[in-house]
Unconditional design. Structure first.
Length: 731
């Protein structure tokens, strides 16, 4: 046996040394698929079946491509420079650079990233005088990319209504603009490459004859056009090895089609599917739990992960009363693991939605635990949160130049760079703030109207929120500023809206902590003994300072040991000694949007499967019976995913003190505990609210700090209000 084949288990060996026919390798999490791919390449070259330039290997990330090349050079004394190993986009770019004339591209064509593409879409739509409110820019960008990934040029798109007809026209003009400017976007790289081969028989034959072996990693994540491109190249009998795991297909929202694996079996006449089921990452109980979970999905190709490393510890499940209690438990466990010698960088805290990170980050900040948000930004650094905070900063202090510059034209209100420069020049000449300059700047008619509108908006928000509690002030500002409406119209704005909602929750939690904080005694220098109380500081000013401190403190420096925070999507391909999966509640994970979508629940289950199989030694699952939403308490029930794991694999660390639960995916009601709260409000009572006016109490729930009322306001209708923050008065 060749030395490079030493140490392979039998299925890995079968896949690596498979005959010259195409093969599908069903590779479970942690089963050594990268080793199989690289070893097969090395084996094919070493045995003289191909030379290095007769092979193409396709990965989904540049990191994976570099790792593959590094492993090959460690096995064989060859120069990998010039080998066709890379991502779909990278290989298509190489093909188009080589044959730019045949592809009708300039030799120096440039590639637009997502942000550059969006900017060009905006320019095209403005040139066509298309209403950006009715036709959001990002929606147009998505329309263009999704049609390209289906292999459709504008003349092949069949509009079904006025909306799609308008976006098709945008697509047509966008294509012309790209041609005029000599640029291509990421989707264009693949589509142009596919069209090049399809329309040029000489080139197609050349590459079909050249690539005798094609290997594809993460095959479950290929989209329709990528699969068509591979089929085209392999049409003359190339041996294709497709390696993937249908149970880890979690990118349907990007166009990934796990059904390509089933199509591959038919299209390439696959006689045998090689299953890599031995897992080298996780202990037995973790794998058994993941296997039990994923078996609830239909239409799987089917596999069962196992390990010879032993069962290990049971999966720990923690049921908290509140999201704050959940965060506290997680932090205590992290500290205990750290004290036992496990480095923070070997622990991961996963969540379904980015908005969940806020309360977790707050707990870590308070505990002094360094952390890093993998593949994203910390909560208070996120664009939409910084926009909302900028509005709040201007309400608190109009002379805040940084805040003004951030939002003077966001959402777009027709204030261009030239107008802003005029305001800057006036401020510098007169030695005033930008706000003061804006109030008196001699501008043109349209600019004057736009700037005056912005000034009036800030003053209106300030006046309307006088007397509001901090959570109410923030909620009103998010709505009144237009931020909520802007992100509601953005196709990708759901996560941003959730983060804005979480900012309201952050304010509610901040006020609760602030009210319970003891008086602080300053250093006594003049003989006085007077202290000061946090409640004497303006809550808005105090909250803004708190947000700045959390954004700037506890940053993990390069090379520093830090806890890894990330969404489950970001965790794919990674592994950790210990993994915490938080927020396992119906409506959150699985997400409520998925329950009503075709195939949505199965994709959520695959996402949970991916999350569980990141853990090597310890796995924690946690959920909360109560979670703050819009400053109000939302009552939840345990995720069905926990129920799908056999009890003998679980260790339930703690049962919450209360068993108050409800049914249904959105879980927005709770058991009525009493008809009268500790503060004396009762059903039928008339109350006054600073924002909503006069109303009648129709329902009372909870006790103490968790009390909330449902009030029927004469002008605003039914509203649920958290009594702790609503500042209601009896009429």
């Amino acid at each position: 046996m060749s030395e490079i084949l030493q140490g392979l288990n039998q299925p890995q060996l079968d896949a690596t040394t498979h005959s010259t026919s195409s093969v599908l390798v069903l590779a479970g999490a942690g089963s050594g698929k990268t080793r199989v791919l690289t070893t097969r390449i090395a084996w094919l070259i070493q045995t003289g079946q191909i030379n290095p330039f007769e092979l193409m290997a396709v990965t989904f990330t540049n990191k994976a491509a570099k790792e593959m090349l590094l492993r090959i050079t460690s096995m064989l004394p060859i120069n990998t420079r010039g080998m066709w190993i890379g991502t779909f986009h990278g290989l298509c770019n190489r093909l188009l650079r080589t044959h730019f004339r045949e592809a009708s591209l300039p030799q120096t064509f440039q590639i637009l990233d997502s942000a550059d593409q969006l900017s060009l879409v905006k320019r095209v739509m403005k040139s066509l005088s298309i209403d950006e409110v009715r036709y959001p820019f990002r929606q147009a960008q998505y329309f263009i990319n999704s049609n390209k990934e289906e292999g459709l040029r504008p003349n092949k798109v069949e509009p079904i209504d006025e909306f799609s007809r308008t976006l098709t026209e945008v697509y047509r003009e966008y294509d012309r603009a790209c041609a005029n400017e000599g640029v291509v976007d990421f989707s264009e790289l693949l589509l142009r490459s596919y069209e090049l081969l399809l329309k040029n028989e000489r080139l197609l034959k050349h590459y079909q004859n050249r690539f005798k072996h094609i290997l594809v990693d993460e095959f479950q994540d290929t989209n329709k056009l990528q699969y068509a491109w591979l089929k085209l190249l392999a049409d003359q009998g190339a041996c294709v090895m497709a390696v993937g795991d249908d149970d880890q297909s979690i990118y349907a929202f990007r166009g990934a089609n796990s059904g390509n694996m089933l199509s591959f079996e038919t299209d390439f006449s696959i006689e045998k599917v090689v299953k890599l089921e031995q897992n080298y990452r996780s202990l037995g109980n973790i794998l058994d739990g993941a296997n039990a979970l994923i078996k609830n999905n239909d239409g799987r190709l089917g596999k069962n992960l196992w390990t010879d490393q032993g069962e290990g510890e049971p999966i720990r499940v923690f049921r908290a009363m509140t999201d704050g209690e959940e965060a506290s438990f997680i932090i205590e466990e992290i500290q205990a693991l750290r004290n036992s010698g496990i480095e923070l960088k070997n622990m991961a805290l996963l969540y379904r939605s980015n908005a969940q990170s806020r309360i977790l980050e707050h707990g870590l900040f308070s505990s002094g635990i360094p952390y890093k948000v993998y593949g994203g930004l910390r909560f208070f650094e996120r664009q939409e949160v910084k926009h909302a905070l900028a509005y709040l900063r201007l309400i608190a202090s109009p002379d805040d130049d940084g805040a003004l510059l951030r939002i003077i034209n966001f959402p777009t209100r027709g204030i261009g760079n030239r107008t802003i420069e005029s305001i800057r020049d006036l401020a510098e000449r007169s030695g005033t703030s930008l706000w003061q300059a804006a109030c008196s700047a001699p501008l043109s008619g349209r600019a004057t109207t736009a700037v005056t509108g912005f000034i009036n908006l800030i003053e209106k928000l300030k006046n309307e929120t006088a007397g509001f509690s901090l959570p109410e002030l923030i909620e009103h500002s998010i709505e009144g500023s237009g931020l909520a409406e802007h992100y509601q119209k953005d196709r990708d704005g759901q996560d941003r809206l959730e983060n804005l909602n979480e900012l309201i929750n952050a304010a509610s939690a901040f006020i609760a902590d602030r009210d319970n904080a003891p008086s602080l005694e300053p250093q006594i220098e003049d003989g006085t003994e007077e202290g000061f109380n946090l409640t004497e500081i303006d809550p808005l000013i105090d909250f803004l300072a708190h947000a700045s401190l959390e954004a700037g403190d506890n940053q993990a420096h390069a090379g520093e040991d830090a806890l890894q925070l990330m969404t489950v999507h970001s965790a794919k391909g990674l592994e950790f000694h210990s993994v915490f999966i938080s927020g396992l509640e119906e409506g959150l994970f699985p997400h409520e949007n998925s329950i009503n979508e075709h195939g949505g629940l199965e994709e959520e289950r695959r996402l949970m499967y991916v999350a569980m199989t990141r853990a090597m030694r310890r796995l924690y699952l946690s959920h909360s019976q109560m979670r703050m939403l819009h400053g109000q308490t939302r009552y939840n029930i345990e995720s069905r995913f926990i129920d799908e794991i056999p009890d003998n694999l679980l260790k339930k660390i703690n049962d919450a003190k209360s068993s108050t639960t409800t049914a249904g995916p959105s879980v927005q009601k709770s058991t009525i505990i009493s008809q009268k709260t500790q503060r004396g409000f009762r059903i039928g009572q008339q109350v006054q609210h600073a924002k909503f006016g006069v109303g009648t109490v129709v329902q009372v729930e909870g006790q103490g700090a968790d009390s909330r009322l449902q009030v029927n306001f004469s002008e605003s209708g039914l509203k649920w209000l958290a009594l702790e923050y609503a500042r209601l008065t009896r009429v």
